[in-house]
Design a protein around this ligand. Structure first.
Ligand SMILES: C[S@@+](CC[C@H](N)C(=O)[O-])C[C@H]1O[C@@H](n2cnc3c(N)ncnc32)[C@H](O)[C@@H]1O
Length: 281
């Protein structure tokens, strides 16, 4: 299905409202290739019809299909390497000290806030296992959320194809924490049981979430307009404990989000600790 004159602004507005994802005029091909087949299957003659069906007709299943199709779900285990080194060797040791001071030495809450098909939260679980051993006696929860229902369903199955096992900066860990199953490799049960998955749109209120020690908000901010990005970052910072850490993607920065977002570099990763005022040099 091809976009007709006047349909691109309508579709841009729809995608912005549904997911906060900002598409410029050069992204018409994404609408045509990803949403076009869904519109045809739903019996729409053109994008105009789809727009009105979704805007005024309810249609939660169709809405979810459009959201799943227009969002980009690229991810890998231990994506970019450095953030997971920082997690293991800097963030978690400091968080454990802070928890000790709170009188909760064996408790951790971590949120993967745009988890796609689950590689990120499972990688976090593997790092925890590496650092803390078998985790017996620990109260640990990794909350993993994404707007896309399809990716959450895939993540919950925890079965990944062979090529995912090699597209990673830590192949030795990836082999250690999987069982071979028909159709690929399944994350082992001790890691799976650390992670709770939920569908969540970051545009919606975050009531009841947190407080977290660490939030991964990686490779999703790039899709939002500046004001939406700032709003999401500030609300997510509000879910952090005072000692809490925030990680964003390698191509993302929080320069315009407020003075509390001072970048720190640890293990070659950029991380933020918005509740801690750093001494001025
Ligand atoms: C490129 S993936 C990043 C996955 C992972 N964090 C990583 O760095 O590998 C971006 C994810 O953000 C999700 N996303 C996009 N807009 C969202 C929104 N408004 N709320 C929650 N998740 C969203 C997409 O569904 C997609 O799975």
């Amino acid at each position: 299905m091809q976009l007709r004159p006047g349909e691109m602004p309508l579709m841009r507005q729809l995608v912005l409202q549904l997911a906060g994802v900002s598409l410029d005029d050069s992204k018409g091909y994404l609408i045509e290739t990803r949403i076009g087949p869904i519109a045809e299957k739903a019996g729409c003659a053109n994008f105009n019809e789809l727009y009105f069906k979704l805007r005024y007709g309810g249609e939660p299943v169709l809405t979810q299909q459009v959201v799943d199709a227009i969002t980009t779900h690229e991810t890998t285990f231990f994506r970019d390497g450095a953030p997971f080194e920082a997690l293991q060797f800097k963030l978690l040791p400091e968080v454990l000290d802070a928890r000790e001071r709170l009188g909760q030495p064996k408790k951790l809450r971590i949120w993967s806030a745009a988890c796609s098909t689950g590689q990120e939260p499972y990688s976090i679980g593997m790092v925890l296992h590496e650092l803390l051993g078998d985790l017996r006696g620990w109260d640990i929860q990794i909350l993993a959320t994404d707007i896309s229902k399809g990716t959450i369903e895939t993540a919950e199955k925890a079965v990944f194809p062979d090529h995912d096992m090699v597209r990673t900066s830590r192949p030795q860990l990836v082999t250690k924490y999987f069982d071979k199953v028909p159709g690929g490799h399944r994350v082992v049960e001790p890691i799976r049981k650390l992670v709770q998955f939920r569908t969540l749109n970051l545009l919606s209120p975050l009531f009841g979430l947190g407080p977290f020690d660490i939030v991964f908000l990686r490779n999703v901010l790039i899709y939002f307009e500046p004001a939406t990005r700032r709003d999401i970052v500030q609300r997510i910072a509000g879910t952090l404990l005072p000692h809490g850490w925030l990680l964003v993607g390698a191509s993302e920065n929080l320069m315009d989000c407020g003075p509390q977002f001072v970048p720190q570099t640890h293990c070659r990763a950029t991380v933020y600790q918005p509740g801690v005022v750093l001494p001025t040099k």
